[in-house]
Design a protein around this ligand. Structure first.
Ligand code: AMP
Length: 221
């Protein structure tokens, strides 16, 4: 399927709405770069960089890290040559100041953002996140409830040990959902105010592949 060279996709949605799963599927079908601020920040924590040491506790508790820490990372990443054909923003922007900044950044670089809002009931999200596992080696996502690995606790692709994210504990999940309501949801209003259409999608209706097809259809509009 042919897509405009200068489009990019913003996957908007609460934690556990399926942004990561969709980004991984769409990255393959579109050949675009997947930019997950959560993954970038977790890498800093794992490598114990100066930034990582500062943000480790915030991430563990499910609070957002300061805008200036993420903004620079995203700006650097989308300036790399591999993003020239398109990229998928997963988990960014997450505050109105981030949204203002990325809008300017995309304008300057000549990218038209297509925004998709994956809407999922919070009770479904809590159940999803509690059963989420990821491969400690390759990052492949699993659900012990609906998409279990063939060999218990091991990745189907690389055999790596499956782990739960530290911030997927039930009490932290609600903190993250509250942060979404308070700090991230207003981004939708901002998009509307600046005339950027948001494509709403039921993120719990249909298989991940079906949802990915619906998102691709938005990109073709
Ligand atoms: P995620 O993997 O997208 O669920 O993000 C995990 C955690 O990383 C969040 O709970 C925040 O602590 C932090 N984080 C990820 N993206 C952002 C962002 N755009 N702004 C601020 N904090 C973020």
């Amino acid at each position: 399927m042919a897509h405009s060279l200068k489009s990019c996709l913003i996957l908007f949605g609460a934690p556990g709405s399926g942004k990561g799963t969709q980004a991984k599927l769409l990255k393959q079908s579109l050949g675009w770069v997947h930019i997950s601020t959560g993954d970038m920040l977790r890498e800093h924590v794992a490598k114990k960089t100066a930034v990582g040491v500062q943000i480790a506790e915030m991430m563990k508790c499910g609070t957002l890290v300061p805008d200036e820490m993420v903004n620079g990372m995203v700006e650097d990443r989308i300036s790399r040559p591999d993003c020239a054909n398109g990229f998928i923003l997963d988990g960014y922007p997450r505050t109105v100041p981030q949204a203002e900044l990325v809008r300017g950044m995309l304008n300057r670089k000549g990218f038209h953002p297509v925004v998709t809002h994956l809407k999922v009931d919070y009770n479904i999200i809590v159940a999803r996140l509690a059963s989420r596992r990821l491969c400690s080696q390759c990052g492949q996502l699993y659900s012990v409830a609906s998409n279990a690995p063939i060999v218990t606790e091991h990745c189907d692709y690389c055999g790596g040990q499956l782990i739960s994210r530290e911030d997927d504990k039930p009490e932290t999940i609600w903190k993250r959902l509250n942060a979404f309501d308070a700090q991230t949801y207003p981004v939708l209003n901002y998009f509307e105010t600046v005339g950027l259409h948001v494509h709403d999608l039921d993120g719990s209706a249909g298989s991940p592949a079906t949802i990915a097809q619906r998102i691709e259809a938005f990109l073709d509009e």
